[in-house]
Design a protein. Sequence first.
Length: 276
Amino acid sequence: MSENCNHDCSSCGETCKDRDPKSMLQAPHEMSSIKNVIAVVSGKGGVGKSLVTSLLASSMQKKGYHSAVIDADITGPSIPKAFGIHEKAYANEMGLIPVKSRGGIDVMSINLLLDNDTDPVLWRGPIIAGAVSQFWTDVIWENVDYMFVDMPPGTGDVPLTVFQSLPLKGIIVVTSPQELVSVIVEKAVKMAEMMNIPVLGIVENMSYFECPDCKSRHSIFGESHIDEIAARHGIVSVSKLPIDPAIASACDKGEIEAVDAPWLAELSASLEKICN
Ligand SMILES: Nc1ncnc2c1ncn2[C@@H]1O[C@H](COP(=O)(O)OP(=O)(O)OP(=O)(O)O)[C@@H](O)[C@H]1O
């Protein structure tokens, strides 16, 4: 315990033995019904975390579940673009209503509340974390089976808020093969361990490129370290996604739901098992 402890865990970031992680859980909106909440994290930006979030939400929706996505990356929101969502969210007297993707996935993102998609959000950390909390407490999430939270990269204010205030089933860690990234990703894994949040799976994005002609595989960003990291932390589910120009193009066109993601089939199946 810090010597300056005022016994108000909500204003403190210390991980001490007196902290009750459940005590800071926030209730969702009274009209919400959410069965499973899973956060998607990365140690570093640009490794494909939003892509994996979108593909997982879409794969659970295609299995017949109702998916939802909270875009917790307030300063770099990319979920609406991946789903091709252009309309804005609205509020009624009860609360905020998420926007539905073409495939029926409920989405909330700061970009659905801003007048212009290109307007920057110039807020300090605690305000940003507060906005993410409000996506949980003030949005009416109806009959959601799987909610995926697309986190900002790293281990800052927002991950801390989400880890402490949402009833997470666990996290999925997204990484890429570069040595530096794999060092940083262990910080995210260790943060989850310190906060007693299970790591449900680890996804290595841009793991290889498969030649469309001869089908040989090339490790463009270097050799994979993912199996070693997973073994070191007892993480059972490991998925590897190729570099695929079709994926980049689907993201750019807002057609992520049209992408079939066979590489994530095992992870989706294990989410079904863990969460049912
Ligand atoms: N496997 C892949 N093959 C081709 N393009 C990819 C792949 N993964 C990601 N991309 C492209 O890389 C870009 C960044 O991906 P994404 O936005 O998912 O990263 P991120 O980790 O969420 O980034 P940030 O942390 O900055 O929000 C996107 O334009 C996406 O289309």
